[in-house]
Design a protein around this ligand. Structure first.
Ligand code: MG
Length: 385
């Protein structure tokens, strides 16, 4: 297979690099895309034998191009439009979509329209533009999506095309603040929120895991990926992150996918599907293990409930939810608003949004995203004042 990695220098990209190292004979790297981490991108591009590397930040790309001119290695391209054009003529069969946030939407759509297999690690894409993506999937010659998000990979593996099921059960570690009260959460610091108990991830998703918004986005992601009603998607807190998610079939049989929390597994499953390739992960040690499961606290972790509501409301509400959350998380990371205010900003933005009743296309998704970002930014500025 020929692979393009979007978000090559991030956490998923690094895990993908590690998977590739073990399967170089099977996976040819065509291109690598990052935002502006030029040094790491160039290094990866050379080591992986990529034909081209791209930075969406055009000025960072121009600097890299100058610095590497005349040296052996991949072609350097820059800017979002150049990335889109390159993808539109790429010969890749597979694209690993691992950019963070809404920025992953356009390149993912291009890949699907080209009939490629998208290994989707960027849940924001499906949350913001679920209906647009589903239409691209159903169009003649459209590509397919194999989930890389660990919960959705678990469900994908448990289903393996089998139907009908009664419900999907997404497991959730509960993040660093599991069991905390709202009062205790008021003064949580950025450093505390960035300490996830089980997974090493980028800052955006780590904050989303602390607020449980990550699980809320994953409910919406599951709705679109598996074409399932919101009422048939449950969330259970499972602090050990060993059971990655479950499917309960109509006969009451429940299948789970388990293992150490290591993103290399869902990445490789998506790359190798429906085959299984070997990976140097130690066998799981079952003796002495105790696994726990509990109800999520929807009162304290408001965003989980808000996400489900936005999903059920449909239309552009998930897009607005996602955009307001991205802005609020940035605000929290910049220490401009408190931890609990992330949910306040998202809720205020959702409440202020006036939906039309047309089926949204890409331009409407872009417009709703921009509107929600602007509204959320103004709201944060007003609160800081
Ligand atoms: Mg996940």
């Amino acid at each position: 297979m020929r692979l393009v990695i979007l978000g090559a220098t991030g956490s998923i990209g690094q895990s993908a690099f590690s998977v590739w190292q073990q399967h170089q004979d099977r996976v040819t790297i065509e291109g690598l895309v990052a935002h502006r981490n030029a040094e790491r991108l160039w290094d990866m591009g050379c080591r992986m034998g990529a034909a081209w590397v791209a930075l969406t930040d055009a000025s960072a790309a121009a600097d890299l191009e100058r610095a590497t001119r005349g040296r052996p290695g991949p072609e350097v391209i820059g800017g979002r439009e150049a990335v889109r054009l390159r993808l539109a003529e790429a010969e890749a069969t597979h694209v690993l979509a691992a950019m963070s946030g809404f920025a992953g939407l356009e390149p993912t759509l291009v890949a699907l329209q080209r009939g490629m297999t998208v290994l989707l690690a960027n849940k924001e894409t499906l949350v913001a533009a679920g209906e647009v993506i589903v239409r691209a999937l159903r169009a003649p010659g459209g590509g397919r999506i194999i989930p890389v998000d660990s919960e959705h990979s678990a469900i994908f593996q448990c289903l393996a095309g089998r139907q009908p099921f009664r419900r999907l059960i997404l497991t959730c570690s509960g993040g660093p603040f599991r069991g905390w009260s709202r009062d205790a959460l008021k003064d949580v610091t950025v450093e505390q929120a960035l300490k996830h108990p089980n997974w090493q991830m980028g800052p955006k998703i780590t904050i989303d895991s602390a607020t449980l918004m990550n699980k809320g986005l994953e409910i919406i992601e599951a709705h679109y990926l598996f074409n399932v009603d919101y009422d048939a998607i449950d969330v259970v807190i499972h602090p050990e992150s060993i059971v990655h998610s479950l499917v309960e079939f109509v006969d009451g049989a429940t299948l789970a996918q388990c293992g150490y929390p290591d993103m290399r597994v869902p990445i490789q499953v998506a790359l190798s599907w429906p085959e299984r390739w070997s990976l140097d992960i130690p066998s799981f040690q079952w003796p002495g293990r105790t696994l726990h499961f509990e109800e999520p606290d929807l009162e304290t972790f408001r965003l989980l409930a808000l996400a489900r509501q936005a999903g059920k409301a449909g239309h552009l509400y998930p897009c607005v939810l996602n955009a307001a959350n991205e802005v609020a998380v940035e605000g929290f990371l910049a220490r401009r608003l408190g931890f609990l205010e992330i949910a306040e900003v998202v809720e205020a933005t959702l409440n202020a949004f006036a939906a039309s009743n047309t089926e949204p296309d890409l331009s409407e998704v872009m417009a709703a995203d921009a509107w929600a970002r602007q509204f959320a930014r103004e709201r944060i500025a007003a609160e800081v004042r």
